[in-house]
Design a protein around this ligand. Structure first.
Ligand SMILES: Nc1ncnc2c1ncn2[C@@H]1O[C@H](COP(=O)(O)OP(=O)(O)OP(=O)(O)O)[C@@H](O)[C@H]1O
Length: 605
């Protein structure tokens, strides 16, 4: 509190940057010294050139961070630009994130009292945020920070939204934002928007993450995560496997992870849950999880090196997985549209054993929704209350172009905080290193940070929160839309509605007329595309089975149907040609008669 009364300077030369202690999709975080105040702080450095179209989001984050005033929420002391970077100065949390701590010392998750203590603090932060009209939208272990004394702060307002906003920001609540594993079903469905109850779902997922060391479904590619979240019964604590946890913990998780947001409790009500009777104080946390830990910078470097080593050691395995996941991802992206059949196939890929054995997903009973219903709910563009023209265009063009673009990418699994090396660890809920940890980063100042540069350079992967954004220039995946504007994916895997800044019209009855007029040509393109795709798959299958004689391929029913249509058309064309010739002859006859009559008349005259 004392430090908050002091005025933090807004000039880079008043700070001395030390080692890097964390990295997210959009920023690097450094330990630093505020020279005039002789105070250790954390500075989040955002490269504005790299997120030039996400300025709105950044502005929102900084604004939220400077306005909030709660001991369990990360507050910004000040922020300023230096060169093309934005520096956000904030309290330094020397324990790092809960994800950091788990990765370093508790790979199987924390004990229940520790979890209760952490979660109660997070919940207090959510009560405050919700009461002030904010939805955090990215609650997860990676965003729960621990200080040297065991105190807890919820951080990262990069994707938060204000429920009282009107206009563009209000619209953001109809966008698809979050990190797939932690994302509430209603956020994925994009049907009726969502509210603060989305944070309660993520809170429940975070509880499981802290209990197991990873989030449910974290080993699966994002499309599978989406389908599993929508299709399967909610994940929970298992009676058998999670015997060590109390009934009240199981009940807390079950209370949060209810698919119908209306049936989830508010954060305030949840705070009264008996589970929190197990919660202790900050001292307890400090003793239980921070004792014996290396300084944050060292831990961060060690984990980084470990992941990089794993990456090298398992290159072969990694490559296999990479190829597999590329295929999965491409299929996911290209079917982010209307290809219902293929989505169903993809859903079928979630093999039953997976589900039965999946340690994360203890409740295997499927909910009553069929894949058809889910896919329609999620992706059906005919729905009156969804599609905007832009949305349709984006989806169609994502479908047509994404595969091409995606094959050029290094890392294609957009799971939360997941990066290349992490894919070797199926049970990881995310790398402690954010997606670009192993990538080359432009340093901002202070030479002393150079020796902390990573040895391995890997392109930024697609992890972290998910939302679709237009006109974003920092991307590895660009998709042209019909009007020629560029729809892009960057950093956080972005896949749905339009960017706030792009002023996409709000979906409503008026735009549905426009959308409806686009449907027939779009559907025809889609059909055409699907037919071509089927044909290619069939040919590929044929070639794979070693048969190169294409004349031997038996025609499909569709081909036979088309063939008979062609014959019919040829026949009717023949008839028409004959009729035309007949008419021509009659015409010639008539002309002849006419000219005879004209001649006779002129003779008489
Ligand atoms: N104040 C702080 N003190 C210590 N470590 C911090 C602090 N703020 C952030 N970190 C570390 O840096 C990491 C990245 O920070 P942050 O989550 O704010 O970045 P981001 O780019 O917004 O991340 P995300 O990928 O979740 O959007 C955190 O996960 C945490 O480990």
């Amino acid at each position: 509190m004392e430090t908050r009364k002091r005025k933090f300077p807004v000039d880079a030369k008043d700070y001395k940057l030390y080692e890097e202690v964390g990295e997210g999709v959009s920023a690097s975080v450094y330990r630093a010294l505020c020279i005039p105040l002789n105070e250790i702080v954390a500075i989040k450095v955002l490269d504005l050139e790299r997120c030039n179209n996400d300025l709105d989001g950044i502005r929102r984050e900084v604004q939220t961070m400077s306005l909030i005033d709660h001991p369990n929420l990360m507050r910004a002391y000040c922020s300023f630009t230096t060169g093309h970077n934005l520096w956000v100065v904030m309290p330094y949390m020397s324990g790092g994130s809960c994800l950091h701590i788990m990765k370093s010392s508790f790979p199987e998750g924390f004990e229940e009292r520790v979890i209760a203590t952490m979660l109660r603090e997070v919940l207090k932060a959510l009560v405050y945020l919700h009461a002030h009209g904010h939805i955090h939208r990215d609650v997860k272990a990676g965003n729960i920070l621990v200080d040297f004394n065991g105190s807890i702060k919820l951080a990262d307002f990069g994707v938060s939204a204000c429920m009282f906003d009107s206009g563009d920001r209000q619209r953001s609540r109809n966008t698809f934002v979050g990190t797939p594993c932690w994302m509430a079903p209603e956020v994925m469905q994009q049907l009726h928007g969502y509210d603060f109850k989305a944070d309660i779902w993520s809170f429940g997922i975070t509880a499981l993450e802290l209990a197991h060391g990873h989030a449910p479904f974290s080993k699966h590619p994002p499309m599978k995560v989406l389908l599993m979240t929508l299709q399967n019964a909610p994940p929970g604590l298992d009676y058998e496997r999670d015997k060590k946890f109390t009934k009240s913990f199981r009940d807390l998780v079950a209370t949060c992870l209810v698919k119908d947001p209306k049936k989830r409790p508010s954060s305030e009500k949840l705070l009264k849950h008996p589970f929190f009777k197990h919660a202790k104080n900050a001292d307890f946390l400090q003793r239980s999880i921070l004792n014996g830990l290396y300084p944050l910078g060292d831990r961060y470097r060690m984990l980084k090196a470990k992941e990089a080593d794993l990456l090298v050691e398992n290159k072969e395995l990694y490559e296999d997985k990479e190829q597999l996941s590329q295929r999965e991802y491409i299929r996911g992206i290209s079917d982010w549209n209307f290809n219902v059949d293929d989505l169903k196939n993809q859903a079928a890929l979630i093999d039953e054993n997976d589900e039965i054995l999946d340690a994360d997903n203890h409740s295997n009973a499927r909910s009553h929704d069929t894949t058809d219903e889910i896919v329609e709910e999620c992706f059906d563009i005919c729905d009156d209350d969804v599609a905007t023209v832009d949305n349709l265009q984006q989806r169609i063009h994502t479908s047509l172009k994404a595969s091409d673009q995606e094959t050029k990418r290094d890392d294609i699994r957009p799971l939360g905080r997941m990066q290349s090396s992490q894919k070797m660890n199926n049970n990881a809920s995310g790398s402690v290193l954010s997606n670009n940890v192993l990538s080359h980063k432009k340093l901002v100042s202070n030479d002393e940070r150079d020796h902390h540069q990573p040895k391995f350079r890997i392109d930024r992967s697609y992890s972290g929160p998910v939302y679709l954004q237009k006109n974003n220039m920092n991307t590895s995946l660009s998709v042209e839309n019909v009007s020629g504007a560029v729809v892009q994916q960057k950093g956080r895997f972005k896949v749905t509605e339009a960017d706030l800044s792009s002023k996409v019209p709000v979906v409503g009855p008026t735009s549905s007329v426009q959308a409806a007029s686009l449907l027939p040509p779009l559907q025809s393109i889609l059909q055409h595309n699907t037919a071509q795709r089927e044909e290619i798959l069939r040919l590929m299958e044929h070639v794979e089975t070693g048969n190169s004689d294409f004349s031997q391929i038996a025609p499909t029913p569709r081909e036979r149907e088309l063939h008979s249509q062609v014959i019919q058309l040829q026949q009717s064309m023949g008839c028409l040609v004959e009729q035309l010739q007949l008419q021509k002859m009659i015409n010639v006859e008539l002309e002849k008669k006419l000219s005879d009559l004209v001649k006779k008349n002129s003779i008489k005259e």
